[in-house]
Design a binder for this molecule. Structure first.
Ligand SMILES: Cc1cc2nc3c(=O)[nH]c(=O)nc-3n(C[C@H](O)[C@H](O)[C@H](O)COP(=O)(O)OP(=O)(O)OC[C@H]3O[C@@H](n4cnc5c(N)ncnc54)[C@H](O)[C@@H]3O)c2cc1C
Length: 494
């Protein structure tokens, strides 16, 4: 009798009978793949090229019924299960070695209602899909900065980008999510329906079930915004970054300016002599009126002597994919990140010293500017807790030769350690690597006990553990402080 080897939740190696697989297969509309099937290798690939895992089964789901069936099958066999949205997470948790991968990449629809300024988005949609559909009506919601990132994972972990200072995080614009929980039930979570689940999925990652649909609030944005890059030579890094930090203290909410330290790519507006040398880049996005953006961004050109700039009216949808060429899928990646309330001169010096030792042409350090609308939301209003994070340093170790694995990982870890004394100690689960599970509790801070209670309610056996995992509260455990009623988020200013 033919069998298929698989891994259980407890990492035991067991066998599925072929008859069991055959009985399961017809319930998955997009098909059930094993290693013997065409398309298997493509389906198990994720963005981070260091992740090379071989699931026993890949369920290509196309609707709620498929997802229910996959969840019930995994649960019945105590099979290790992973969920793939856009496949972008650095830790590669979308793929379970020896497990069942619930592949949502076929559920990629985005439907926009311009009248109500809302969008319904499938869990396989990428940011580019969402932005293109919403920009047809000059609408948008805050998303990330790389158009091939999945909406699902980004949203479940929190989500921020160029619009966050103006309109909050992605989760602050989530109106409802449909979730298939571990018991196979389909629940619609919103402020008025399953509010505890709604609270938990706004930052709690994929811990509470498989999200099969999201409803978002949209805002008028673009189609043109004032955006682009200002490039300074690395020798001016200290002066430029200190001026940038001071500038960000009173920047308008429409304006986001992120710092980027890396070796210059061959951008046409930079002199060829500069290509491949370290530079400091100010990345500018003003989402309001274009003329006001030009005025607001003008001081940024005077922080030193720029070696080049490309700043002007730009299609918002185009700017949303401006970084795609630097972040292509398949590269080897190891990231480390710290959250900061403020950036002292000493903290900036650590960043500059680290960038002076960039270990490769694709390595970079991003300094993300947050605050404003994101910080107006109470820390306990959603599972995402770190509302006091005004800046994030994201160290991108990125390379192509496996021989560089240890060297570049060591650099990223060292930068993280050196910056840690200036950081808050919290983290962003969407940026944590597969060796950072010990940072999960600190990343959720005061919200962790409530998340554990929600985990016990919606996934008591921890079926969904291929993520930055929240452990279910022990049976009988009670939360010491009462669970607060879901807070209605302040409506962001238009
Ligand atoms: C190049 C790059 C740029 C980025 N830029 C930003 C940025 O600007 N802003 C920002 O906030 N973040 C950013 N991120 C981080 C990004 O938010 C996370 O990587 C996010 O998890 C990606 O979502 P995904 O669906 O593509 O990933 P996946 O790897 O598919 O999933 C990530 C996690 O979520 C779970 N999951 C995915 N879909 C579902 C679902 N439908 N139901 C339940 N669980 C699910 C997975 O199991 C996995 O644990 C970036 C990441 C990369 C690699």
């Amino acid at each position: 009798m033919r069998t298929l080897t698989y891994l259980t939740l407890d990492k035991d190696v067991l066998q599925l009978r072929q008859t069991e697989v055959d009985a399961f297969a017809p319930s998955i509309s997009g098909g059930l793949l094993t290693a013997a099937d065409c398309g298997y290798d493509e389906a198990r690939k994720v963005w981070n090229g260091t992740v090379d895992r071989r699931p026993a089964l890949i369920a290509r789901c196309l609707n709620n019924a498929d997802v229910r069936s996959a969840v019930r099958f995994a649960s019945a066999h105590r099979m290790l299960v992973s969920v793939r949205g856009g496949g972008h997470h650095i830790a590669g948790n979308a793929v379970a070695e020896g497990g069942l991968m619930i592949d949502l990449s076929g559920m990629r629809t985005v439907s926009v209602d311009a009248g109500t300024r809302t969008a319904h988005v499938g869990p396989g949609a990428l940011l580019g899909d969402f932005d293109r559909a919403a920009q047809a009506y000059a609408l948008a919601t805050p998303l990330g900065i790389n158009s091939t990132t999945g909406v699902a994972g980004l949203t479940l972990g929190g989500g921020f980008g160029w619009l966050t200072r103006r309109y909050g995080m992605t989760i602050d614009n989530l109106l409802a999510a449909t979730v298939v929980t571990a018991d196979g039930e389909v629940r619609v979570a919103s402020e008025n329906s399953d509010p505890d689940l709604f609270w938990a999925v706004r930052g709690g990652g994929g811990n509470f079930g498989v999200a099969t649909s999201f409803e978002f609030r949209l805002h008028p944005v673009g189609p043109e915004i004032y955006a682009g890059l200002i490039v300074y030579p690395f020798a001016q890094a200290q002066r430029v970054l200190r001026a940038w930090r001071d500038f960000t203290n009173d920047a308008p909410n429409e304006l986001s300016v992120w710092g980027l330290l890396r070796k210059a790519p061959p951008l046409p507006f930079l002199p060829a002599s500069l290509h491949g040398t370290a530079v400091v880049v100010l990345v500018v996005a003003y989402s309001g009126d274009v003329a006001a953006g030009q005025y607001a961004a003008a001081p940024l050109l005077k922080f030193g002597k720029p070696v080049g700039s490309a700043l002007g009216p730009t299609l918002y949808a185009a700017f949303q994919s401006a970084f795609d060429p630097l972040l292509t899928p398949g590269g080897r990646n190891y990231w480390k990140s710290n959250n900061f309330r403020s950036l002292t001169d000493s903290a900036l010096d650590v960043v500059i010293e680290s960038a002076a030792q960039l270990p490769g042409p694709e390595c970079e350090i991003f300094l993300v500017q947050l605050g404003a609308a994101m910080a107006r939301v109470d820390s306990s209003a959603t599972a995402y807790v770190a509302r006091d994070t005004n800046y994030i340093m994201n160290v991108h170790g990125r390379w192509s030769n496996p021989c560089d694995d240890d060297r570049i990982r060591a650099w990223a870890r060292q930068v993280f350690r050196n910056a840690a004394p200036y950081a808050t100690g919290s983290g962003y689960v969407n940026f944590l690597t597969d060796d950072e599970s010990e940072r999960v509790v600190a990343s959720y801070g005061i919200n962790y006990p409530r998340l554990q209670m929600a985990k016990r309610q919606f996934d008591p056996d921890n079926l969904f553990r291929m993520n930055l995992n929240i452990k279910p509260a022990a049976p009988g455990a009670v939360q010491r402080s009462p669970i607060r009623a879901p807070t209605t988020l302040p409506e962001p200013a238009e």
